[in-house]
Design a protein around this ligand. Sequence first.
Ligand code: NDP
Length: 497
Amino acid sequence: MTATRTPGMPVVEDGFLISTSPATGAEAGRLPVSDDKAVDAAVDRAREAGAWWAGLGFDGRKVRLLRWRALLTQRIEELAELTHTETGKPVTDAIVEAIAGIEHVDWAARNAKRVLGPRRTGTRLLVAEHSGHLEYLPFGVVGVIGPWNYPILTPLGPISGALAAGNAVVLKPSEYTPAVGQWLVDTFAEVVPEQPVLQAVHGLGDVGAALCRSGVGKVAFTGSTATAKRVMATCAETLTPVVIEAGGKDALIVDADADVAAAAEAAVWGAMTNAGQTCIGIERAYAVAEVYDAFVAAVVEKAGRLRLGEEIGPITMPGQIDIIRRHIDDALASGGRAVLGGADAVQPPNVAPTVLVDVPDDSAAIREETFGPTLTITRVADADEAIAKANSLPFGLGGAVFGKANGIRIARRMRTGMVAVNSTLSFVGMASLPFGGMGDSGFGRIHGDDGLREFGRAKSITVRRAPSLLPSMTFERTPAQVRRIVKAVKLLYGRRP
Ligand code: NDP
């Protein structure tokens, strides 16, 4: 018997996880649920596949990853359509997301050898008879746990880094978006048919927990701060290292010399793209008094033009609607005003663009992740006050600044992992830049050199190239040699600078 389904709510029936469109309720994906045994079996297969994959070397993996990149690109419309069905997001949003994901595959493939490959390190005078060698070896198998809001991009960041580093990957996509996850796995298998180097396991949170316990070498988690804590606790049982990409409450600062029209355009995009369901989405804007009125007016004008069902899709996770409603209601009840949208904006499964002003600093709309097409705008005296307010939350993911003279100075003072100056969200598409947060937004990095190193373990080797002139590391050293060593150390390090 099939129970009545809420559009967008995944269900498990007869051992299958079924995902549906939040807009229409149409079935999007039907994937077999993996029990603990199936997760362990997938990780066992991955171990063998990982050894084969690592044996291909950087060049062998590069060519295969670039073939996958080409396939993803050729079939980008198909991927975007599937993502649209499963999440409800507009096809164009899914295309933009896929392009960023493809960028990361390309970059990781091309740069892994440079970043992780063997190199000589500089030696030191006291051990000059040895040469130093460093390389980054794969963990074997990396578990990737992903969210539903960007089901292409968020897994592709860690997947591309982990694969390029020589690991096999077992992906646990969100229960809301299993079909997109499986699509990524299936296309990879088309270009790498020899071994299951990239696999997916499906199901609810317990499947993610099983993956954490399965003995993988590392877990890359992207999701909420609350789940991140559970993932870390589970990984702690086996001392499995983790990368945590968690939630955010990103701020945009508009300084006095900003191009206000450009700031408003970027604020609306940063806050409303993907209906605001973006970890690095702009949820708070702080505009200095000189430009505040003009900025609010421009944001309202631009956001007011967005159409539900066109630029703004439905809320993917039905349960999120209550959170968005609570934040709007609480802001209005505590003295805030809606200059666009407001309480009536919540029309499940949609939420219309909402811009709130005069919202108290301690309200949920300012302090908690809303994950809807909403934006608070707060008037501040100057950039210093804006920075203090922007930095006042436990989150520290991304952010943005609009301004001319002090843009980079302000960016540096924001307590976040990334900041865009005179744009929003742009850092996520720049594959050469590391991506990740601090505080409640997590730790560790994906993307860029740091993101590649996250998926390799440093292996240090010394090789003797001559007998020791100052032999300290042997019981056979003589008292005279020890005196020479002391002399040498004093000569090298004994002088005050
Ligand atoms: P969740 O934390 O609810 O879920 C993330 C993943 O963890 C899902 O696959 C989920 O599975 C799985 N999971 C749930 N419980 C466990 C468990 N006990 N052990 C292991 N895995 C588990 O996040 P959402 O999917 O709701 O994603 C939205 C959140 O992700 C937002 O907070 C957003 O800011 C954040 N995010 C962060 C990004 C970043 O890069 N920093 C990027 C994108 C989103 P299931 O779905 O089956 O429950």
